[in-house]
Design a protein around this ligand. Structure first.
Ligand code: ZN
Length: 343
């Protein structure tokens, strides 16, 4: 057995032990949550065993959207082409999710548009529709759009889709949602079972905060992320909690909200369609950005079909490594130099 395989199998074993520990935690087995925990545990374990291989179905009347994806700023034309290629080959629609002030080398949609304008890549037509950019090759079309993941004062992350003005971190959640609405954007409550950073500060948000979210956040957002593929290993529990949380909320209100799935990919371009949602097909070329946004808002008022596939543990841990450590593994760093693109 080579070293890499050994490392992968060890991580899966450790992950499984931690997961079992969660699964059989006494107080959780006694609650309704146990069913959801069991389901997510099994899904997470299988996805880890098959190490990333999956077949995502395509439906003729729907397009596939990844509402939660972080891209690295491309350092040169080759990296720019790799991003375009990965998008066009894997996905019909993707957000470019910015972390604003939090992480320096994370690409923003508005920055990406500028880079695309200044660097023509052979074989790709780029049609700028404002808050939507259509990428076209001879036989495929995909769209990209802006989104920003915002940390709020109450430790929940809220995403602002189709934003033109970035929103500051650590504002009150209510204020963040109002600012998104004022820009006519779509607001998503992200992974409500996770408290801030998934690995370091992970345990689920406390009950009091979750009650606040049910009262103050969920009624006002467009959707809730109930599956995040980066919640692998013991963190599958966060997805189980998010699903249970939304079910509980929906059982006591008429103003129902639905769960969506996102990959939350961190720069890795492989398998960018491992989680997301199916939305009713729309003519990307004919419709304006406003039409496409409006259609998405309408679609999210109903339950959308999701595709949910967990990131396997070894690749998850690699993706979460800071750039400096990745360089030690012989990969290029992730520090940006946009000006290099213009030379
Ligand atoms: Zn994220």
């Amino acid at each position: 057995m080579n070293r890499r395989k050994f490392l992968e199998l060890s991580l899966i074993t450790i992950g499984s032990i931690l997961s079992y520990n969660q699964l059989f935690a006494k107080e959780k087995m006694e609650s309704k949550l146990s069913e959801k925990i069991k389901e997510e545990f099994e899904k997470c374990l299988i996805d880890n065993i098959i190490l990333c291989s999956y077949t995502r179905p395509n439906y003729t009347d729907y397009y596939f959207d990844n509402p939660h994806a972080h891209f690295k700023i491309p350092e040169d034309k080759q990296e720019l082409e790799q991003i375009l290629q990965a998008i066009i080959q894997n996905i019909d629609s993707t957000s470019i999710t910015d972390w604003s002030t939090n992480v320096k080398d994370c690409l923003s949609y508005h920055q990406f548009k500028k880079i695309l304008k200044e660097n023509k890549i052979k074989g790709y037509d780029i049609i700028d529709k404002g808050l939507i950019t259509l990428i076209q090759t001879n036989d495929k079309q995909s769209i990209i759009y802006p989104s920003q993941e915002i940390r709020t004062k109450q430790e929940f992350h809220i995403t602002s889709q189709f934003y033109s003005i970035p929103i500051k971190d650590f504002l009150d959640a209510n204020q963040v949602i109002s600012l998104i609405k004022a820009q006519n954007g779509i607001s998503i409550l992200e992974h409500p079972g996770t408290k801030d950073h998934p690995i370091l500060e992970y345990w689920f948000t406390n009950i009091k905060k979750r009650e606040f979210a049910k009262k103050e956040i969920v009624p006002k957002v467009n959707a809730v992320e109930t599956f995040n593929s980066m919640n692998t290993l013991y963190m599958f529990l966060s997805n189980a909690i998010a699903k249970e949380f939304l079910e509980e909320y929906n059982s006591i209100t008429e103003n129902k909200k639905y769960g969506i799935a996102g990959s939350d990919m961190h720069y890795s371009l492989s398998k960018m369609d491992r989680a997301g949602i199916y939305l009713p097909k729309i003519d990307f070329l004919k419709f304006t950005d406003k039409d496409i946004i409006q259609a998405k808002k309408e679609a999210l008022k109903l339950r959308v079909k999701t595709f949910e596939h967990y990131r396997d543990a070894p690749r998850f841990l690699y993706e979460m490594l800071p750039s400096k450590f990745k360089e030690m593994f012989g990969k290029k760093g992730t520090f940006s130099n946009i000006s290099a693109l213009n030379q």
